[in-house]
Write a protein that binds this ligand. Structure first.
Ligand code: FMN
Length: 161
């Protein structure tokens, strides 16, 4: 099997068919297994959205920044926590790598999370606790087309000593 860490890449165009219940459960398990700063699990939470009406309401709120995906992970963290952005990012990566291992596409979307922060009524309806704010939205689904693997082997400066 291809290494899912290397197979993962940003997907921004999705088919309408939804991931199966088993796949969603595996993605949630990957979210649950993410590292959390100082072991403080209660500073991070996620809303997993599959309901079509709710997906549509979110797309309208974020100006289509969730790319019409049939499944969204909205990862939110406690406003006072020093670990918020970091917890959310490692959790998002866990979910995206798990998605890749299931043959699903995904993308880390910060802009949708920032847009959601401006819609407190929607956040309340989604069940995000007061005092928590979205950090990242991860749209997930079957990619409309295979994206040719691009060479990322030299993306970052790496110093070896
Ligand atoms: C902190 C962060 C913020 C990002 N925000 C967005 C975003 O708002 N919209 C989007 O389409 N992609 C967003 N991305 C995805 C990046 O554009 C993407 O990961 C990058 O182009 C590298 O491509 P790759 O993931 O295929 O390696 C974000 C990624 C990171 C790490």
């Amino acid at each position: 099997m291809t290494d899912p860490v290397l197979a993962r890449h940003a997907v921004r165009s999705f088919k309408a068919d939804k991931p199966t219940a088993d796949e969603v459960n595996q993605l949630i398990a990957a979210f649950q297994a993410a590292p959390c700063g100082r072991g403080e699990a209660d500073v991070t939470q996620a809303v997993v959205v599959e309901d079509d009406a709710t997906l549509q309401r979110i797309e309208t709120s974020v100006n289509d920044a969730a790319y019409g995906a049939p499944l969204l992970f909205i990862i939110a963290t406690q406003d006072e926590s020093n670990f918020g952005e970091r917890n959310a990012s490692v959790a998002a990566e866990n979910v995206m790598v798990e998605a890749a291992s299931l043959g699903l596409g995904s993308v880390y979307v910060m802009s949708a999370a920032m847009a959601l922060r401006k819609d407190p009524a929607l956040l309340a309806d989604l069940g995000i606790d007061k005092g928590y704010s979205p950090q990242v939205v991860v749209p997930i689904g079957h990619a409309t087309e295979e994206i040719a693997a691009n060479d990322r082997s030299s993306r970052y400066k790496v110093i070896r000593k």
